[in-house]
Ligand binder design. Structure first.
Ligand SMILES: [Zn+2]
Length: 204
């Protein structure tokens, strides 16, 4: 129940992420976020106390989290009060997200082989002091990985399709909504879609 998905909006009401109900409650409780509840096409915001009071009406409801002293309804959407973007560390630097950023495509030859035939390549190899950072790792197929070996792209006579960057929030949200969403998310996901298309370097 506390692992349920909650859509996270920034101060500008743009979808920036999806978090767990557990994380959402922690943000609510500390006053860093409010709940957005959609009722009859209207968006209402609630702070923690108001949401708790409202939840009293939902006793016995399946989407309620219980503590020792009270029950609270699991929100579907929260609004961050402080950040335009979530802290950067919230995008986990892991294999799944690296593959996702690179769309399961080898960043050297552009092929998209079976996912098991992909690897993570350090552009500047670790042995040459290359770090494990978003800006130094790319998806690579086994063939390109072997060909490159412990060399830089330049040394190996290979070129990256594009320099690796830290992924953007909107990109991840768009990827995730296909498999999990609530009807009430739709308005904000559509907004995220249009914002992504129109964003430029000035937003960075
Ligand atoms: Zn390749």
């Amino acid at each position: 129940m506390l692992d349920a998905n909650v859509l996270v909006l920034n101060r500008l009401w743009q979808a920036v992420n999806i978090c767990t109900a557990r994380r959402a409650f922690s943000l609510l409780y500390t006053g860093q976020a409010q709940v957005i509840d959609v009722e009859a096409g209207k968006f209402n915001t609630f702070n923690f106390e108001d949401w708790k009071d409202l939840s009293a009406a939902f006793e016995g409801h399946e989407e309620v989290a219980r503590t020792i002293s009270f029950s609270i309804k699991i929100p579907k959407i929260i609004l961050l009060l402080l950040y335009d973007k979530l802290p950067r560390s919230s995008i986990k630097f892991n294999r799944k997200n690296i593959y996702q950023r690179d769309k399961n495509t080898c960043q050297y030859c552009g092929e998209s082989p079976d996912i098991m035939s992909l690897n993570i390549d350090h552009v500047i190899p670790k042995v040459l002091g290359g770090k494990s950072l978003w800006t130094n790792v790319v998806c690579s197929c086994m063939t390109c990985n072997l060909r490159k070996g412990g060399r830089t792209p330049q040394q190996a006579g290979m070129r990256l399709i594009q320099p690796p960057k830290e992924p953007r929030w909107q990109h991840l949200v768009r990827f995730n909504i296909k498999t999990m969403h609530h009807e009430s998310w739709k308005h904000f996901i559509d907004t995220a879609y249009w914002n992504t298309e129109l964003e430029n370097d000035e937003d960075k």
